[in-house]
Design a protein around this ligand. Structure first.
Ligand SMILES: NC(=O)c1ccc[n+]([C@@H]2O[C@H](COP(=O)([O-])OP(=O)(O)OC[C@H]3O[C@@H](n4cnc5c(N)ncnc54)[C@H](OP(=O)(O)O)[C@@H]3O)[C@@H](O)[C@H]2O)c1
Length: 251
């Protein structure tokens, strides 16, 4: 712990994986952290307990990021408890079909695009009034390398995240004059997440072999990039994408 600065960060989907690790790291960097989750109340409570045991401040808040009223309730709860909101990390992983275009229905593809964009739209709308009043803020969206580089079966995730990442750039353009930076962190495959278990060992070995840094990402690799964007030291980067993939693809 480096001492609590009073800055407040909401991390959506922080009960596991990248979100949980990000919540812990932002706390280590001195922020008060909202651990949002959907179903895993026990896991979210454990993240909060771990942060508090290290001297940080955190609260777990259940809210479905696809539900406007639930998000607004969460933001109100945070403002009532802690006053403002300085950082939003939109990380929640909305489920999607892993299958080819030929096997996919419009409900599967369109449903994922709608849910992804609705959530990004709603969480941004909800935190904006607080950031505008404060004269600044940090919005960080978790994208994916798959939005630029297609992989078999990932058309729903890649297409919906590509839309979200472009949405972030438009936000960066519009919100810059208000002192709000908007950036994307786009990981390659990340170990120790639920998605990591979808693929077999041979698949993972092929991915490692294609990665110059010789391993897959850990959640902490992604969290460190998020923490950089969240920090007040990030004074002049907005509309950018940090690619966290060990060099697996370069652009
Ligand atoms: N894992 C990878 O290899 C990888 C690669 C590139 C990008 N990413 C991106 O990184 C982000 C995190 O992925 P992850 O693999 O760390 O996920 P994960 O371990 O599966 O965790 C997902 C988190 O999202 C929460 N969540 C799901 N639906 C939600 C909803 N409707 N409202 C609020 N919270 C919800 C879950 O909460 P509950 O458990 O409470 O339901 C959980 O905390 C995602 O945006 C994903 O696309 C992941």
């Amino acid at each position: 712990m480096t001492g609590i600065t009073g800055r407040v960060a909401i991390v959506t989907g922080a009960s596991s994986g990248i979100g949980a690790t990000t919540a812990r790291l932002l706390s280590e960097r001195g922020m008060r952290v909202v651990v949002n989750y959907l179903r895993s109340s026990k896991a979210a409570a454990e993240v909060v307990a771990g942060i508090e045991a290290s001297g940080g401040q955190a609260m777990a808040v259940q809210a479905d990021v696809r539900e406007v009223a639930a998000i607004e309730r969460m933001v109100e709860q945070v403002r009532a408890a802690w006053g403002g909101i300085d950082v939003l990390v939109h990380n929640a992983l909305i489920p999607y079909a892993v299958k080819s275009f030929q096997d996919m229905t419009w409900e599967e593809l369109g449903g994922k695009i709608d849910a992804e964009m609705h959530a990004a739209f709603a969480v941004t709308k909800a935190v904006l009034p607080a950031m505008t009043v404060q004269g600044g803020g940090r919005l960080i969206f978790i994208g994916t390398g798959l939005s630029r580089r297609p992989r078999e079966g990932m058309i729903a995730l890649g297409t919906s995240k590509a839309a979200m990442e472009q949405f972030a750039r438009y936000l960066a353009q519009e919100l810059g004059p208000q002192g709000i930076t908007v950036n994307v962190v786009a990981p390659g495959p990340v170990e120790e997440t639920r998605m990591a278990n979808v693929f077999d060992d041979a698949h993972k070995q092929r991915q490692v072999a294609a990665t110059p840094l010789g391993r897959l990402a850990h959640p902490a690799d992604v969290a460190r990039a998020v923490a950089f964007y969240a920090d007040e030291d990030n004074t002049f980067m907005t509309g950018t994408t940090a690619v966290v993939n060990g060099g697996m693809s370069m652009y």
